[in-house]
Write a protein of this length. Structure first.
Length: 521
């Protein structure tokens, strides 16, 4: 369960609640991810990190106290900076110089971004921090020749989309001339080389999320997020020469959030994850546009892997790192237990998503993506821990559905000394006379009888979570996959179960569907 306040926990289950939706859509050139960006700036403060200007994080972690007017309030809203810059997490760029009493910088503050090859976008989005530049200029260059220059005057927004004819540029300059408050440093959280649109309830018609995981990793599902927006200005129509359609690309970033209004009328948002655009539909003349995005697991299907030579002293942990590096996944968490499981690493040519599944089964792990876009490879516990929340009958539309999977009598696991030759180990459930036989084969990462035995025992234990609870209810956006919850029923059994599937539907109001697995008691 993601971290939320006590006020959120109370408001999300209040008899009358107000839910807000928000989607941040980054319509930027995705080829920039493959480029090398050189960032230079005018002198920066000691509490600054110019490398963070292009890390796709548009909100700083803390509001750091500094020696500027009203930047050192003792009201609990400010934090003291740590002398180790990385401990301050996201700080963005902060100028060393202060503006004068009129808010003017002399000389101007300049951020320069140079690229290895050429890019095109219909805009540059600049996100400031708390305050903003009133007057600034964005200049695009191709080999030091100006492609376009746009002046922004009398700005009053924290996030500004600067539109222009930014075609085939290899350098961008952001020149900050005047700040919104006197005697302050300039602060920029992020510069996006494209248009960042934030759709809230004024432009967002509906959105939905489906995410799931399998307790024995027989599949590695990718979460899917869909959203529909008003397209009344025809920005996304294919024939609009000034629209966004020609700038849409697969893998553009989408970040959805659902918020609950608290008692003080503020809204606390829960982030649903980070997704990457895969498909879009906008019929000519239509007033809506619909977009489909999936998480990083889906992207891993695009990368292939093959290893025909056995490795020595090679762990599943290292193999997982190697696979994620191939897919350029940098945000991950791998169970350190996998360091103790050795494999020869032999695999016929396949995609990296399939390899990830093989690692998960050989390592007895669950795989899912957390709400902060972290790919989790975590060895499954054989005993459920403490529940983080309760889904009670008061918040359900009807009594939860309870189904029982077929009982598993035995698990047969193949283990390989090469790519072709294998032996089979079978683990029997001695307490079961009639039941299914589960087969785990074609996994060439399982190489020893000992490991095959462990996998078989694990799969048999995981299959003992036969009770599948399905609750149609009001929903809680803070719930994540692998959370332990209690699902109340009419018989007051209140059994603990692990969430294996979340579905959220929002169209001005929120509804949810949760599937969880538990033991028969």
């Amino acid at each position: 369960m993601i971290k939320v306040s006590q006020a959120y926990k109370k408001a999300v289950y209040a008899p009358i609640r107000t839910v807000k939706g928000r989607v941040t859509f980054d319509i930027s050139d995705t080829t920039i991810e493959d480029d090398t960006i050189t960032t230079t700036t005018t002198p920066e403060s000691v509490v600054s990190d110019k490398k963070q200007l292009t890390d796709k994080i548009r909100e700083n972690t803390y509001k750091l106290a500094t020696w500027e007017p009203d930047r050192f309030k003792l009201d609990g809203s400010f934090s003291f900076a740590d002398k180790v810059i990385k401990n301050n997490k996201s700080v963005g760029w902060v100028s060393d110089n202060l503006c004068d009493q009129l808010g003017e910088f002399s000389p101007n503050e300049v951020l320069t971004f140079e690229f290895g090859f050429e890019h095109s976008s219909m805009g540059i989005t600049i996100t400031f921090d708390d305050e903003y530049a009133i007057d600034f200029t964005v200049v695009a260059y191709k080999d030091n020749t100006i492609v376009d220059s746009v002046d922004v005057i009398d700005n009053k927004d924290i996030q500004v989309v600067v539109t222009g004819q930014f075609y085939l540029y290899n350098k961008i300059e952001v020149i900050i001339k005047k700040w919104s408050k006197p005697h302050r440093r300039a602060r920029v959280a992020e510069v996006d080389f494209g248009v960042v649109r934030v759709y809230d309830d004024n432009g967002l018609i509906k959105m939905s999320l489906i995410e799931e995981m399998d307790l024995i990793s027989s599949t590695i599902p990718s979460a899917e997020f869909k959203f529909t927006i008003y397209n009344k200005n025809r920005e996304f129509n294919i024939l609009n020469p000034k629209g966004f359609y020609k700038f849409l690309q697969e893998r553009q970033q989408v970040i959805p959030e659902l918020g609950v209004m608290l008692n003080d009328n503020s809204v606390e948002y829960a982030r649903l994850g980070k997704f990457y655009l895969m498909d879009w539909i906008s019929d000519e003349g239509s007033l809506t546009a619909t977009f489909t995005a999936r998480n990083v697991i889906d992207i891993m299907s695009s990368y292939n892997y093959e290893n025909l030579s056995p490795k020595s002293n090679y762990s599943l942990y290292q193999m997982a790192i190697d696979i994620l590096n191939i897919c350029r996944v940098t945000n991950y968490e791998i169970d350190p237990v996998l360091k103790n499981i050795i494999t020869n690493g032999l695999i016929k040519k396949t995609n990296c998503r399939n390899v990830l599944q093989m690692i998960a089964i050989a390592g007895m792990c669950n795989v899912y993506v957390s709400r902060d876009d972290k790919l989790i490879i975590k060895q499954s516990p054989l005993v459920l821990g403490d529940a983080v929340d309760t889904i009670d009958m008061v918040n359900m539309y009807k009594e939860p559905k309870i189904e029982l999977d077929k009982i598993v009598k035995s698990v047969s696991v193949s283990y390989y000394d090469g790519l072709e030759t294998s032996l089979v180990y079978t683990e029997q459930n001695i307490d079961v006379k009639e039941g299914d036989n589960l087969k785990v084969d074609n996994n060439t990462l399982i190489n020893t009888l000992s490991q095959a035995t462990n996998v078989a025992k694990w799969a048999l234990k995981q299959k003992s979570y036969r009770a599948k609870y399905t609750a149609n209810w009001r929903g809680n956006p803070a719930h994540e996959l692998d959370d332990i919850v209690i699902i109340e029923d009419a018989y007051n059994q209140n059994n603990k179960s692990v969430i294996t599937k979340n579905e959220l539907e929002y169209q001005g109001y929120l509804s949810g569907k949760t599937e969880a697995r538990g033991l028969i008691t």
